[in-house]
Write a protein of this length. Structure first.
Length: 156
């Protein structure tokens, strides 16, 4: 049983595509800290685990996995085609749906703030940074491509 566990762990560690996904996510999340500091002049450690912001970790993960699959399984494989389709969905969602949800949260927070000024009303503020600007998503895509290529050089 212990041998099976160790064998499974070895397989996970040696999985190139999974390693790219984890490396892209970690790199994107870590980069958010200094980038956020440059724009706010405050160290906000919550950005390490928060959605939204620069660069898009979702775009980085999806792009890194897609390129890794293409390099590993071939750019003519069905799996690569599926990965491209899913990456397009992820990036579209980040720059449109989730970004619009953030705008809605911003407006709701403003409306509730006005209501609070006029009476007794309790409200938990909605998170406004949910999605990404197109630039943030492209930064995530670029990061994902770089991570997959660096990991390819390390693994192969």
């Amino acid at each position: 049983m212990w041998t099976d566990f160790l064998n499974s762990l070895r397989q996970l560690i040696s999985n190139y595509v999974l390693a790219c996904v984890v490396a892209a996510w970690m790199t994107a999340q870590i980069l958010k800290l200094p980038i956020n500091y440059l724009s706010t002049k405050k160290w906000d450690w919550t950005v390490l685990v928060s959605p939204g912001g620069m660069p898009s970790s979702h775009s980085a993960i999806a792009t890194s996995a897609t390129l890794a699959i293409g390099l590993h399984d071939g750019f003519d494989s069905s799996l690569f085609a599926l990965a491209v389709a899913l990456t397009n969905i992820v990036v579209y969602d980040a720059v449109s749906i989730r970004r619009q949800a953030g705008f809605h949260a911003e407006w709701i927070n403003k409306i509730v703030e006005e209501i609070l000024k006029s009476g007794d009303f309790s409200y938990k503020k909605l998170r406004e940074v949910l999605g990404h600007t197109p630039f943030e998503a492209m930064a995530g895509v670029t990061l994902g491509l770089c991570v997959a290529l660096i990991m390819w050089a390390i693994y192969y």
